[in-house]
Design a protein around this ligand. Sequence first.
Ligand SMILES: [Zn+2]
Length: 260
Amino acid sequence: MRKEQHRGTLPFPLKQYGKTALGAPLLYAPCKQKCTLLAIAGIHGEEAETTFLLSRILRLFAEPLQSVAFVLCANPDGVALGTRGNSNGVDLNRNFPTANWSPKTTLSKATLESKRITELSPGKTPASEAETKYLIKLIRKLQPAEILSIHSPLACVDAPAVTPLTHFLTEVSQTPHKKNIGYPTPGSLGTWCGENSIHCVTWELPRLAPEILAQKFARKVAVYFSMALMLASLAASGLYFGFNECGTMFSALNDVGFKT
Ligand SMILES: [Zn+2]
């Protein structure tokens, strides 16, 4: 782990996987071996805290991880403009080519307490947006078994199955596991993953200031990521590790100098 004084910058250069509608580079942090987990933040431009948290996690490491790749911001134009959608006003998380993709206007809330009445386009056609197309291309190239898609601030872990990652995130963020978010999400990344045999875990962060999110979660998630390869192979062989076992491993890692 990097010393705190060195965590101001990213530890290694990111690679470009495409270009946004406004011409910004789409970037990812590759891993050393086969990617088992791809962590994605910032697909909704109004959720910039997800990018901040994932960047803080990445900046704890001195070099690429063995099996976890990162997309710190899947919608850089949206983050730059401060809008949920991209520069074309499209909600990218409704633009994936799924069986249930719909041209109907998608609705979101302005705040947690608001009604779901803010309108956005799902795109003219499925995968009409550059950001969606390039993200699909990257996922097909990396072929992760699992995707972690970070959103905020609904405070839950939305995933079709309980995997070590699902279990870990519900424990670490003290939020419930939900098999679906409770309203239709045609054309979402999660639905597309399901149709392409990838387990997608949507982590809806609790409604907290970015610094608190980093304080609460960055180190624990970093430790989980560093064990992801081992956990994936244990899960594949039918062995299941819950959070308590992970806790024991955290202690062991601390003993060998895995300090943050
Ligand atoms: Zn979101």
